[in-house]
Design a protein around this ligand. Structure first.
Ligand code: AMP
Length: 297
C-alpha cells in the first residue's frame, strides 16, 4: 500500500438544496477526497484552515486514519463556499466564495510527505497545484482536478500544470469549456494534447469516461432512488479512484474508475460528508460487485 498525498481546499460549505439550507458544514475538495480514499490507502492531507476550524473536525479526520500533519492553521477564517442547487440537482450556482486564509496560502509539504508516490491535486488555484508539485520528489502518479473558475481566471497556469500531470479529472462541462469541443472523443483528444496521458471526464449522474491511449472505458453512475447532496461527488470519485490505485498491486485504471464511481455514489446519499465519515472498505467492495452485475451483459 502506497501513501497518497491529497492537497486541496478544506472548507465550510453553505449548501441550499431541495432538503433545505445547510450552513457552514464541513467540506472542501481535500476533505472529500481524503475521506473517500482513506479506507483504501494511507492518506496525507495538505491544506489550510483558519483559527475558527473546529478541533472536532480535525479529530474526525485523524480518527479516519488521515495524517493531518500538513493541515496548516493560519490567522484568519477558514475558506467558505456557498452554493445553491436546482431542484433536480443537475446544476448549481456558486453564490459566494470567501477565500479567507486561502488568499495567502502557500502549500508547504512537510518533509516526511515529500516522497509521496501518489499525489492528488484537488481543486485549488493551478498556481498552488504547481507549487505543490515543485516540492514532491519523483512521484509515481499525479492526478489533478480543476474547475471553471481557473479556466476563466488562470488559464496559463492551468496549461502549465497540465504538462506536469499524468491524469486529469475534469467534469464534462468544464472539459468542453477548456477545449472548445463538444463531443467526447474530440474533447479527450484536445485535453490529452495539453499534456496528461490519461483523461477522465466526469459526467455527473451519467458516470465517467476514461481515455487512455486508444482505450476508452465508460462507467455508469450507480443508480439511486434519491440523492441528498451531490457536493463533493467529483472529489470523492477522484479519491476513490486514486485510493484504489494506491493499494498495492492495482494498476488497472478501469477498476479504479469503478471504485471512484462506487465511492461517489455513497457521497451523494447524505448531505456534506455525512456518508463518507462512516464508509467502510466493505461498503465500497460490495458496491463494486453491484457494478459488475449492473454492467455485465
Ligand atoms: P465538487 O462538488 O466535487 O465540485 O466539490 C465541492 C467542494 O469544492 C466544496 O466542498 C467546496 O468547498 C469546494 N470548492 C468550491 N469552490 C472552490 C474553489 N474555488 N477552490 C477550492 N475549492 C472549492
Amino acid at each position: 500500500m502506497s501513501e497518497l498525498l491529497v492537497v486541496g481546499s478544506v472548507a465550510f460549505d453553505t449548501i441550499h438544496n431541495h432538503l433545505g439550507s445547510h450552513a457552514r458544514i464541513l467540506g472542501g475538495s481535500a476533505v472529500y477526497a481524503s475521506l473517500a480514499a482513506c479506507q483504501l490507502a494511507p492518506v496525507r492531507l495538505v491544506g489550510v484552515v483558519g483559527k475558527d476550524f473546529p478541533r472536532g473536525a480535525v479529530d474526525m479526520l485523524r480518527g479516519r486514519g488521515i495524517d493531518t500533519t500538513g493541515l496548516e492553521v493560519a490567522n484568519g477564517e477558514t475558506f467558505h463556499w456557498e452554493g445553491r442547487y436546482a431542484d433536480d440537482l443537475t446544476s448549481r450556482e456558486t453564490i459566494q466564495t470567501d477565500l479567507n486564509v486561502f488568499a495567502d496560502f502557500e502549500p508547504k509539504i512537510p518533509p516526511a510527505f515529500r516522497d509521496s508516490p501518489f499525489v492528488m491535486l484537488g481543486n485549488i488555484a493551478p498556481q498552488l497545484q504547481l507549487h505543490v508539485l515543485d516540492q514532491i520528489e519523483n512521484p509515481t502518479l499525479v492526478i489533478a482536478d480543476t474547475m471553471n473558475l481557473w479556466i476563466d481566471t488562470a488559464l496559463d497556469a492551468l496549461k502549465e500544470l497540465l504538462t506536469r500531470v499524468d491524469i486529469l479529472v475534469i467534469n464534462e462541462e468544464e472539459a468542453r469549456q477548456l477545449t472548445g469541443f463538444h463531443h467526447p472523443l474530440a474533447v479527450a483528444e484536445a485535453l490529452r494534447a495539453l499534456g496528461p496521458e490519461t483523461v477522465i471526464v466526469k459526467r455527473g449522474e451519467y458516470g465517467a469516461l476514461l481515455f487512455l491511449d486508444e482505450d476508452i472505458f465508460c462507467a455508469p453512475a450507480y443508480p439511486l432512488k434519491a440523492v441528498a447532496d451531490p457536493t463533493g461527488a467529483g472529489d470523492s470519485f477522484a479519491g476513490g479512484f486514486l485510493g484504489y490505485l494506491s493499494e498495492s498491486g492495482h494498476t488497472d485504471l478501469r477498476q479504479a474508475v469503478v471504485c471512484g464511481s462506487a465511492t461517489a455514489s455513497f457521497c451523494v446519499q447524505d448531505v456534506g460528508v455525512g456518508a463518507l465519515v462512516e464508509l467502510t472498505r466493505e461498503d465500497v467492495q460490495t458496491r463494486i460487485r453491484d457494478f459488475r452485475e449492473l454492467t455485465s451483459f
